[in-house]
Design a protein around this ligand. Structure first.
Ligand SMILES: [Zn+2]
Ligand SMILES: [Zn+2]
Length: 267
């Protein structure tokens, strides 16, 4: 079986999620469904209440032709945003389930740090709804690869949140999951608060293609799955590693995309 610890642990978490599915009605009986954001009673598990749905910011059209950053009304199709013009991205598009705000932040906190891994299908559904037509129509041709966690962080958290999302997105789109396609070679500090150069330095050499998966990734179409895309530095490091390994296309799929910081980065 697999020798690398990160993949093994991530898959263990997935197996646990799968085990819970048949007993969902029982869980409903013991824990009446509640909105994970505000605690209001719901008819069924796995959703949000009407009020909290409205709090989520779903990115819409018109949007940048390269990165799908939403524009104000009236921009013609094919327009490229200022950050992409200043620094053309290496990825082939960003499918963001939501724009980062208080509601999506709370969901991510509950999912990642509150260990509410049962939120994975809900978050993945929101991401899957934003996938480009090339993925929706030919899902089977894509590989869902999560942003990797360093093994120390994986030990502490017990699961890779991006791997859980990748599994659910693959299920929704027909893509195949390659849970250990990328590896973290060194631990990186929390990037929040670091400037652009410091982030790049911290990430230098930190993320690489798993040598045992190099054959699968050569010429592949990859959905790079992340929970939150903040400055884009981590996903940039992943995309760079995947493209160097010969990936044909890499579309970034994230649950919450932070727009303000991405703008700062280009400034
Ligand atoms: Zn609610
Ligand atoms: Zn753009």
């Amino acid at each position: 079986m697999r020798k690398r610890l990160p993949a093994r642990i991530a898959q263990g978490s997935m197996a646990r999620v799968k085990l819970l599915e048949p007993i969902a009605p029982l869980i409903d009986l013991i824990y009446p469904p509640r909105c994970p954001l505000c605690g209001e009673g719901l008819a069924a598990q796995g959703g949000l209440c009407g009020g909290c749905w409205q709090e989520l910011a779903i990115p819409g059209e018109p949007a940048c032709a390269l990165c799908q950053r939403p524009f104000g009304e009236g921009m013609p199709q094919g327009t490229v945003c200022a950050p992409c013009l200043a620094d053309p991205p290496r990825h082939d598009g960003i499918a963001a389930g939501t724009l980062y705000n208080e509601a999506s932040r709370k969901l991510v906190l509950a999912f990642k740090h509150g260990r509410r891994i049962a939120l994975a299908p809900l978050l993945a559904r929101l991401i899957a709804a934003r996938l480009p037509a090339s993925v929706v129509e030919h899902g089977g041709e894509w590989l869902a690869v999560p942003v990797p966690l360093h093994r120390m962080r994986l030990w502490r958290r017990g699961f890779n949140q991006s791997a859980l999302l990748a599994r659910e997105i693959a299920r929704a789109s027909g893509a195949e999951v390659l849970v250990d396609g990328l590896v973290r070679c060194k631990a990186t500090p929390v990037l929040g608060g670091l400037g652009r150069k410091a982030r790049a330095r911290a990430l230098s050499g930190a993320i690489a293609v798993n040598p045992r998966r190099a054959d699968r990734l050569r010429g592949a179409r990859v959905l790079l799955v992340d929970d939150v895309m903040t400055s884009g530095a981590t996903s940039h490091a992943c995309v760079t590693a995947l493209k160097r390994a010969g990936a044909e296309k890499v579309v970034v799929a994230c649950f919450a995309r932070v727009l303000a910081e991405a703008l700062d980065r280009a400034a």
